[in-house]
Design a binder for this molecule. Structure first.
Ligand code: NAP
Ligand code: MG
Length: 475
């Protein structure tokens, strides 16, 4: 194998500041909460100190959002709102390199992903929704659908900027105002997005961004003057929020975990499938709710496929997130690394066969080598629970019916993948999958025009596309 010389992206572009403040009513202000230190998971160094919100700050932010809704944003014509949202999209593009480097520093994901996926897709969400702002009357929700009011939004650490875009863009397009809490370990790009929102001259209070831990999230989601709650994160917290909101009449969408089946039939183009499997589980270190974490392979091709897969996974370069050659970056936090290690140990204990790439790992930082478990049975924890790391569980099947039964044997239902040369088999299997998104001969494709969301414990409601607008309209 060829050796690669290091090709690090310059971190100067990130314009990292020693301190960051929360964004309320159009201003960057100090929060009354205990400041948090955000860490670079690739090196374990502290990147910056970030002020956090106390409950009184959440209240201030909600009041600012309400004022902005009542006085300006809620009654502004869609064609005017669109101009602001287009401006945000263009500014994300202009500051794309800065955002990409900052995202890789704070989150640990490889620069080639933050640069080529997270940032452009975030911009695409604003462009797409800006286009809807003056066309809501043609979206199929009546001639003049109304916004809901103030949206309280809580997002996770796996796609910090992109999740902020997924949440904020449709809310604004439909005429709502926003109070958003980024994840505790990844607040930085959301705060640069706040700068962009200020640069785009949005009226004060239309978007408010409050860093902090879970308690700040809970204060946002349970605030009585929030009309709509949107949450992406764990099923556990999602259930908690659902209980909080039961009976309040407030609208809720939940985008929770997953344990997606990626099914390879015996007629699939195996080399192409291997690329899709790798992308399905090692993209973003496997910190992906729709990751293809359960590989189902038809028995007759299982051995051949596994051999090809191990060879391919051995070539993945794990290390410095800022190196342009890095395929797999750092695990976002020590806590998440521990969770992955513990689940992997249950795989060993329950008798699965573990194969781990022999790639070297950096001495400092949170890293986990790409791992493939074979001989996995459906009852094992590594086949049922979300590992949220670079760990693949491989099961086999004999008949298409068995593949479908195994794929659907999960409390989740967010995504699925199908690999086969036969178009008829794709249509047959896709219809039988109980999953919100089904990919055929590809995986982890994201597009703002395509609705995304789950069934069962993966949550409810859709984000993206025409369908996604429904969550932010009074319909
Ligand atoms: P999490 O606790 O559900 O965190 C998601 C967001 O909710 C974060 O901003 C979090 O704040 C906030 N939060 C925590 N407790 C809350 C509460 N009671 N009310 C309102 N908001 C609250 O998820 P996590 O701890 O980051 O990860 C745990 C597991 O969830 C992962 O291992 C993975 O399996 C799953 N997960 C799924 C997704 C997804 O995209 N579906 C994303 C991330 C994680 P803090 O940042 O302070 O915790
Ligand atoms: Mg961090």
């Amino acid at each position: 194998m060829w050796e690669y010389a290091p090709a690090p992206e310059s971190r100067d572009i990130a314009n990292l500041k020693p301190t960051y403040r929360m964004f309320v009513d159009g201003q960057f202000v100090e929060g009354a909460g205990e400041p948090l230190k955000t860490v670079n998971p690739g090196t374990e160094e502290v990147l910056a100190e970030v002020s956090t919100a106390a409950p009184a700050d959440v209240d201030k932010a909600v009041k600012a959002a309400r004022r902005a809704y009542d006085r300006v944003w809620g009654k502004m014509p869609g064609s005017e709102r669109a101009k602001y949202i287009f401006r945000i999209a263009r500014l994300i593009q202009e500051r794309g390199r800065e955002l990409a480097v900052l995202e890789s520093l704070d989150n640990g994901k490889p620069i080639k992903e933050s640069r080529d996926v997270d940032v452009p897709t975030a911009a695409a969400h604003f462009f797409y929704h800006a286009g809807w702002a003056d066309k809501l009357g043609y979206a199929g929700y009546g001639p003049d659908p109304k916004p809901l009011g103030v949206a309280g939004q809580v997002i996770p650490w796996n796609f910090p900027l992109l999740m902020a875009a997924w949440k904020i863009a449709p809310a604004l397009a439909c005429g709502n105002t926003v109070v958003l809490k980024p994840a505790e370990t990844t607040p930085l790009t959301a705060l640069v997005l706040a700068e962009i929102i200020q640069q785009a001259d949005l009226p004060p209070g239309v978007v408010n961004i409050l860093p902090g831990a879970g308690d700040v999230g809970a204060a946002v989601t349970s605030h009585p003057d929030v009309d709509k709650v949107a949450f992406t994160g764990s099923t556990e917290v999602g259930k908690l929020i659902q209980r909080q909101l039961a009976g309040t009449g407030r609208k809720l969408t939940l985008e929770l975990g997953g344990k997606a089946a990626n099914i390879v039939f015996d007629d699939a183009p195996l080399d192409q499938a291997v690329e899709g499997i790798v992308n399905g589980i090692f993209f973003n270190q496997g910190h992906v709710c729709c990751a293809g974490s359960r590989l189902l392979v038809q028995e007759s091709v299982a051995e051949e496929l596994l051999e090809k897969l191990r060879v391919r996974v051995s070539t993945l370069r794990v290390g410095d997130p800022l190196d342009k050659n890095t395929d797999v970056g750092a695990i976002n936090s020590r806590e998440q690394l521990t969770k992955i290690q513990q689940l992997v140990e249950t795989g060993d204990a329950e008798g699965a066969e573990r194969w781990t790439s022999a790639c070297p790992l950096p001495d400092k930082g949170f890293y986990f080598a790409p791992t493939v478990f074979s001989n996995v049975s459906q009852a094992m924890r590594i086949a049922r629970e979300e590992i949220f790391g670079p760990v693949l569980s491989v099961l086999t099947f004999r008949t298409p019916d068995e593949a479908v039964a195994k794929a659907n044997n999960t409390p989740y239902g967010l995504s699925a993948g199908i690999w086969t040369e036969k178009g008829s088999r794709i249509l047959w299997a896709a219809q039988k999958m109980r999953a919100g998104v089904v990919w055929a001969n590809t995986f982890n494709r994201f597009d703002p025009t395509a609705p995304f969301g789950g069934y069962q414990e993966s949550g409810f409601g859709r984000e993206g596309g025409r369908t996604g607008l429904e969550a932010y309209l009074d319909v």
